[in-house]
Design a protein around this ligand. Structure first.
Ligand code: AGP
Length: 611
């Protein structure tokens, strides 16, 4: 996700834009830029890297006599982070300029058509097509040109546009946030409230399909498709600036847990077709023959990303029939590897900078293996050294404990499974349609249930936050999720927690069972459900405490467990993603009750760039 800001009013615009972008930096910070109107001309200034680089570039210009402008802080989805790809982007004649947050799914075809009509592109971004599309329809009325342009766009956008007409901005949104700040003779538009909260607490939220014309003397909201006027009520924000950066959540981690429906949706967006029964991963720069010649897959990662790799093994072996090995990168890099040109190596890394994972990538590449990575940071070292990268579009993950990046990794690996399964003829079109429908249906289902899940988890946290040990059990698809649940708890609450394959109970862990140690058992319906149930019975028989996560209405497990948290019933393949969320929330609520620093746990770093 990126951050956009726009201003029309009586203040010098450059400081307003820069200060606003500072408050939006949590949304993306790989490059930034502003555009402002001076003497009838559009001035653009952009810089790679942190916002301070742009600030430096604008040194001495903060007092420029200009009162209309746009700003953007980027989290790259298309095009590596550099000045060339930084927003704002202009049309061919530098008479129009656009900033955008979202993903233009049909940007490639739009760009080809616009190029054929003579438009010259200067960046690799999807956003630039918006500038040329608006230029195509611009005959003097910016709002009309924007309204026509967005009718051709597929995907998500919160865009703001400016032309050389002073004191006018036009913005539009679809499935990306856009909020208006209402001042005295001045108006703001932004991705999020913190951008202008210091100037006004009166806001209006745009809804999907709406657009707004912003002038010094007022705003006009319309439906982009029909031009129909929309009346909205202003709302007054009660947050302070710090709270606003977390959108009212107490911690970034909680905000990011709640962002998961959007993160999963954004990771899927533009990559599937239910009708066609296909997943599209053009990032995988391998021919069909190369993909069919793959004899095995090697997944390499650390920490939470390693848990994602463990689940991918089940997906790939079950649905693609490809022997799949998973290794901790810190082990992989030092063992005698039997991989080569017939191996597809998949490094998985949220940051794309983890030293061990990077080392593993380089060794696998030296041995001739094809490298397709799963990454959340465009232009990260892992992505730059891979033959192709499937990006998770989770947006910046600020909390040290990985949450939305993990469920986005699971989503990306699920798409990879469908893609490889279709290419290699292992998954039929009909089955692919069903699998794709499952992942499309998951985000709204999670959105509808996350608050109820959270409420139920809070009660469990209150009862168990003083415990000193936890055991998490899962089988098959749920084994990696048990490991992830344990890792979440231990890394933010500092409670000792172990994840175990439930079938391993008899081989040691059952000796630990007593009234003091809660056991979290993951028991969705599955071919191994009865086996998990017998493990739960083993624990209960020894007076252990069992918290089970199970399908709504599962009386069987509810009758034997100490506590049962019910979750909506989803397909076996979707259950790992869904069941991760209550475990993240349980770790979060327990850590908060224990007074821990949830966003920056002791001894941990967001990205382990050293061995
Ligand atoms: C996740 O909660 C942890 N903070 C940590 O295990 C993390 O997953 C690991 O360091 C790998 O990071 P990466 O995904 O950026 O490579």
């Amino acid at each position: 996700m990126c951050g956009i800001i726009g201003y029309v009013g009586h203040r010098r615009v450059i400081p307003v834009l820069l200060d606003g972008l500072k408050m939006l930096e949590y949304r993306g910070y790989d490059s930034a830029g502003i555009a402002y109107l001076k003497d009838g001309k559009i001035k653009v200034s952009r810089a790679e890297g942190k916002l301070e680089n742009l600030d430096l570039k604008l040194n001495g210009k903060r007092d420029e006599v200009s009162f209309t402008g746009l700003g953007h802080t980027r989290w790259a989805t298309h095009g590596v982070p550099n000045e060339r790809n930084a927003h704002p982007h202009t049309d061919c004649k530098n008479e129009l300029v656009v900033v955008h947050n979202g993903i233009i799914e049909n940007y490639f075809s739009l760009r080809e058509n616009l190029k054929a009509e003579g438009h010259e592109f200067r960046s690799d971004t999807d956003t630039e097509v918006l500038a040329h599309l608006i230029e195509k329809y611009f005959t003097g009325d910016l709002s009309e040109a924007v309204a026509r342009a967005v009718q051709e766009v597929e995907g998500s956008y919160a865009l703001a546009a400016m032309c050389t007409q002073d004191g006018v901005l036009v913005a539009a949104r679809y499935q990306s946030p856009l909020v208006l700040g209402l001042g005295e003779g001045e108006y703001f538009l932004a991705s999020d409230i913190p951008a202008f909260l210091r100037y006004t607490k009166d806001v209006m939220f745009l809804d999907d399909g709406e657009m707004v014309i912003v002038r010094r003397d007022g705003i006009q909201i319309k439906k982009a498709a029909t031009g129909e006027e929309v009346k909205k009520k202003a709302e007054r924000i009660t947050w302070d600036a710090a709270m606003a950066e977390k959108a009212g959540f107490k911690h970034f981690m909680l905000k990011e847990i709640y962002e998961q429906p959007q993160a999963i949706l954004n990771t899927v967006r533009g990559r599937v077709s239910v009708e066609e029964g296909e997943a599209y991963l053009p990032e995988i720069d391998l021919s069909e023959k190369e993909l069919k010649d793959i004899r095995r897959v090697m997944l390499v990662a650390c920490g939470t990303s390693w848990h994602a790799a463990l689940l991918a093994k089940y997906y790939l072996e079950k649905w693609v029939g490809l022997p799949t090995e998973v290794d901790l990168a810190s082990e992989f890099r030092y063992r005698s590897l039997l991989i080569g040109g017939d191996t597809l190596t998949v490094p998985i890394s949220q940051s794309g900078e983890t030293a061990d994972t990077l080392a593993g990538l380089r060794i696998a590449k030296e041995k001739g293996s094809k490298i397709i990575s799963i990454c959340n940071v465009v232009g990260s070292t892992v992505s730059r050294e891979s033959h192709g990268t499937i990006y998770t579009h989770a947006g910046p993950e600020i909390g040290v404990a990985s949450t939305k990046a993990f469920t986005s990794q699971l989503t990306a690996l699920y798409l990879l499974t469908i893609y490889l399964g279709r290419v290699r003829g292992a998954i039929s079109k009909e089955k692919a349609r069903l699998m794709i429908k499952d992942i499309i249906d998951l985000p709204p289902l999670l959105e509808d249930n996350i608050k109820n899940i959270h409420a139920a988890v809070k009660e469990l946290a209150l009862e168990f936050y003083k415990k000193r040990d936890f055991l998490y059990l899962g089988r098959n698809y749920m084994f990696p999720i048990a490991l992830e649940g344990a890792l979440k708890l231990k890394e933010i609450s500092y409670i000792h927690a172990e994840g175990y394959a439930a079938g391993e109970m008899k081989h040691g862990p059952i000796a630990l069972i007593d009234e003091a140690m809660p056991v979290v058992a993951l028991a969705p319906s599955s071919p191994v459900y009865d086996k998990v149930l017998s493990n739960v019975l083993e624990v209960v028989a020894r007076r252990g405490i069992v918290i089970t996560l199970a399908d709504e209405g599962d009386k069987k497990v509810a009758d034997i467990a100490t506590h049962t948290l019910f979750l909506p019933k989803v397909s076996e393949e979707m259950a790992p993603i869904l069941y991760t969320v209550p475990l993240q929330l349980l770790a979060y609520e327990i850590a908060v009750l224990r007074g821990c620093d949830v966003d920056q746990p002791r001894n941990l770093a967001k990205s382990v760039t050293v061995e």
